[in-house]
Write a protein that binds this ligand. Structure first.
Ligand code: MN3
Length: 219
């Protein structure tokens, strides 16, 4: 378990690394279940493409950008620093959000419990109101992005945010604990342009036990 500040967010999930050429490289995490585990809500083909191709692309992009920055430091040549910093934000946020996304889904569903349930009720009025706002925010993301439920330590509050792409529209100093990917690659094969049907189905595959653990870790 590590905490990584990135694009304004602090991420508390297990992430994996390997050493290559003296540098730590990010690794694509394994799905914590089979590709078809979330059927019928999210189909196996979407999960396979999404994890194996799309998420892998963000891992590779992050490694490439960090390698570029290391080379820039060695050479003392920062001509490409603007491009590389943007690449680190985009691919890094993509990598870490997908890592959370796989972990906060699961075949068994469930409901918020214990301290997380109390916190949701105190900050949003009810679990239903929280999920209605979360779903509406996810549906309303302009273009590609995410719906994000996050914990904000500064004032001890849960907040719902949108991210455009992976890294835009964030708020500094929050820790995502529940995220929904609303890029078309997350739902197009099964739901085509009907994002609201996908975000509704997503509610059936939230692993609330894991969300509760991420909330505890964020506090
Ligand atoms: Mn995605």
């Amino acid at each position: 378990m590590g905490i990584y500040p990135l694009s304004g967010m602090f991420i508390v999930v297990n992430t994996k690394y390997s050493m290559t050429e003296g540098r730590m490289a990010h690794l694509l995490p394994q799905l914590p279940y089979e590709y078809d585990a979330l059927e019928p809500h999210i189909d196996a083909q979407t999960m396979k493409l999404h994890h194996d191709i799309h998420h892998k692309g963000y891992v590779d992009g992050l490694n490439k950008a960090e390698e570029g920055l290391a080379k820039a430091r060695e050479a003392g040549d920062y001509a490409a620093v603007k491009h590389l910093s943007r690449e680190v934000a985009f691919h890094g946020s993509g990598h870490f959000l997908h890592t959370i996304f796989w972990e906060i889904m699961g075949p068994d569903g469930g409901k918020p419990e214990g301290e997380l349930k109390k916190k949701i009720e105190s900050d949003f009025g009810s679990v239903d109101a929280c999920l209605a706002q979360f779903t509406a925010a996810s549906n309303a993301v302009e273009g590609s992005g995410w719906g994000i439920l996050a914990y904000r330590k500064a004032d001890d509050k849960l907040v719902i945010l949108q991210a455009e792409k992976h890294q835009n529209l964030t708020q500094w100093g929050v820790t995502p604990i529940l995220v929904n990917d609303v890029w078309e690659h997350a739902y197009y094969l099964k739901y085509q342009n009907k994002r609201p049907e996908y975000t509704k189905a997503f509610l059936n595959v939230i692993n609330w036990k894991k969300v509760g653990e991420l909330y505890q870790a964020a506090k």
